[in-house]
Design a protein. Structure first.
Length: 266
């Protein structure tokens, strides 16, 4: 039977992260047939990260230091994240920080009605507007924390994420089809839209289906997590985040896929 420790799971998350961000970095030259499998693997990343965020919250001896470390890595990653993603989201390190703060609020606010009211009117809109993974990521972190049955705790959050992305993907495809955009290739070849950022979003929306299916597979991975740390990774899991963005951006720049003057509005 397959058994995965934390070290192996984190490398699966890193692998998915790098491959999925290749789509954003090199989407100008990325064939759609390659976007789908890369998106599928990309669905592994945050459900695994969110699980270990909840685990880290449970076991950390200094939450403030943990958040500060994430903040530093998030700040370092920001310029490279903007170059690669090209969208006005705060990067995933800040989403993790928000997730940790939500867990802290959940434990501090004993009056549950008040917590869920704050969650509905503040956390969901804030995370949806400004963070990667929208409300889905923050909700996963919370689910990993509050679900008590261990089996359910491991499999329900990634399934929840997968369903959300599948629904968003299906709605996007229906909307695009109604507008005459039957595939991303049609948008490109027929020149329906000239805005490159919009075209990238078209590609992204069509990739949500395999992305959501990748989330489902995380339930299998976590079901087979043996609870052991494995080899020590220390800060490598987080340090790779800004590093891989820097490498992807450098390659994109070398290939002429990034126009700094255009991004700066010059």
């Amino acid at each position: 039977m397959l058994k995965l420790d934390a070290y192996k799971l984190k490398w699966i998350a890193i692998f998915g992260m790098v491959l999925s961000h290749m789509i954003y970095a090199w989407w100008d030259i990325m064939p759609m047939w390659l976007v789908y499998p890369l998106s599928f693997v990309g669905g592994f990343t945050f459900p695994i990260m969110a699980f270990f965020v909840a685990e880290g919250y449970r076991h950390t001896s200094n939450l403030g230091k943990y958040i500060f470390r994430l903040f530093i890595f998030g700040v370092i990653a920001t310029p490279f994240h903007i170059l690669v993603i090209g969208l006005p989201w705060l990067n995933i390190m800040f989403a993790i920080i928000l997730g940790l703060l939500v867990l802290m609020l959940y434990d501090k606010i004993k009056y549950r009605v008040l917590f869920w009211l704050l969650y509905a009117i503040l956390i969901i809109p804030l995370s949806t507007l400004f963070f990667e993974w929208y409300f889905i990521g923050i909700t996963m972190v919370l689910m990993y924390h509050i679900i008590r049955n261990e089996t359910a705790r491991r499999i329900v959050p990634p399934i929840f994420a997968g369903v959300c992305w599948l629904v968003l993907g299906a709605l996007s495809i229906v909307s695009f089809t109604a507008m005459g955009m039957t595939s991303p290739e049609v948008v490109v070849t027929e020149g329906l839209f000239r805005n490159s950022g919009f075209l990238m979003n078209i590609y992204f929306m069509y990739a949500l289906i395999p992305f959501g299916l990748g989330c489902f597979l995380v339930a299998f991975f976590l079901k087979n997590y043996n609870g052991e740390r494995g080899k020590k990774m220390r800060w490598l899991f987080y340090a790779i985040y800004p590093l891989h963005f820097a490498v992807l951006a450098a390659i994109a720049f070398a290939l002429g896929l990034i126009d700094i003057n255009l991004m700066l509005g010059l």
